[in-house]
Write a protein that binds this ligand. Structure first.
Ligand code: NDP
Length: 321
């Protein structure tokens, strides 16, 4: 089967197309024939070495497809089931072996492409708005990189929960996307002062929560935009990791900072299933639309990484095997 390996850590050039034998599922595992692979920013951290991995490695954490064979003692799925998964390394391939306990059934009415585009990013939005910080009717929320994969879903989910959403984006075209998704206010941080605009919009009060997947470049503005007892959820490093800070920096507003990751919110299969069901429900109801902004052949994963890191993508990106 065709697969894409990071042969060592580094820039997009370390991604190489390789031919590997089709794996067979061991006890408790399923072999999934991929229809679509989800590209996620975390793939660039594995490739670059920001999150340490052992190379050579077939990277990628998310795909959707059809169960081709099942290992011993698998009762959760049968051959032919439509499934998706989002936490097992090795997705940049035409097929992968996955623990049955870490995959979910894709409901009728949701395409495998949408499942691959939505499962990791959408379940991230799910835990961020419902469990990490519980967004409520009337809350003011700041969402960074709102035209991106996770950002688009966050904006829509916060709106569905009754929040007032301030969205940041890096270009005029992305501002239009954020507005069309329902963002109440859009700030283009390529030339606007985020904290000053948030203060102006909120009458100096600030926002209850900031969802910050940008990291280094937005850290200061995010802290400065919080209301008293507000929470800064710093969940990604698109511009580089957020800096170290003294706890005393939180004292002026009694602020909270958390640095969560999805896999600590879907530890058990029950948590995984609940999160997936909540996501599929908001997709089925039409409350959240999944935008597949661009697709690349799997063999062109390198170009896909360049586009994602070059801020040239919007919504979700799929790699097609
Ligand atoms: P996106 O589609 O959001 O792409 C990243 C976006 O970040 C870009 O499009 C760009 O939007 C913005 N950005 C700002 N500064 C930079 C920069 N210097 N370089 C590159 N991009 C920049 O990616 P994803 O939806 O895949 O992920 C979004 C974030 O969420 C990532 O940080 C990711 O690691 C994190 N994440 C965290 C999870 C967790 O469990 N903690 C789970 C899933 C995702 P613009 O041009 O508008 O600024």
């Amino acid at each position: 089967m065709l697969a894409v390996q990071a042969v060592r850590t580094g820039g997009p050039e370390v991604l190489e197309v390789v031919d590997l034998p089709l794996p067979s599922p061991g006890p408790g595992q399923i072999l999934v024939r991929h229809q679509a692979v989800g590209l996620n920013y975390i793939d660039t951290y594995h490739r670059s070495g920001l999150y340490p991995v052992k190379t050579p490695l077939v990277i990628g954490l998310e795909a959707a497809g059809v169960v081709e064979s099942v290992g011993e003692a698998v009762t959760r799925f049968k051959v032919g089931d439509r499934v998706a998964y989002n936490g097992t390394m090795g997705a940049y391939a035409q097929a992968a072996v996955v623990p049955a306990e870490r995959a979910v059934l894709v409901p009728d009415g949701v395409s495998l492409e949408v499942a691959a585009a939505a499962l990791l990013k959408g379940m991230t939005a799910e835990f961020l708005v419902r469990r990490c910080f519980h967004v409520k009717q009337g809350d003011w929320v700041l969402v960074h990189a709102a035209a991106g994969g996770v950002g688009q879903i966050l904006v829509q989910w916060c709106k569905a929960l009754g929040a007032t959403v301030v969205a940041t984006v890096g270009s005029t075209a992305k501002a239009t996307i954020a507005r069309d998704l329902g963002a109440d206010h859009v700030i283009d941080y390529s030339h606007e002062d985020v904290a000053a605009r948030v203060a102006e919009l909120t009458g100096g009060r600030g926002v209850a929560v900031v969802y910050d997947g940008v990291g280094k470049d937005t850290w200061e503005a995010s802290l400065a935009s919080l209301a008293r007892r507000g929470m800064l959820v710093t969940f990604g490093n698109a511009s580089g990791p957020a800096p170290a800070f003294p706890p005393l920096a939180l004292a002026p507003k009694s602020a909270f900072v958390t640095r969560p990751k999805l896999f600590d919110y879907i530890v058990t299969t029950e948590e995984l299933d609940e999160s997936a069901q909540a996501l599929f429900a908001v997709i089925a109801s039409g409350a959240i639309k999944i935008d597949i902004g661009q697709t690349f052949p799997l063999a062109e994963a390198r170009a896909a990484h360049e586009a994602l890191e070059g801020r040239r993508t919007t919504g979700a990106t799929l790699l097609l095997p």
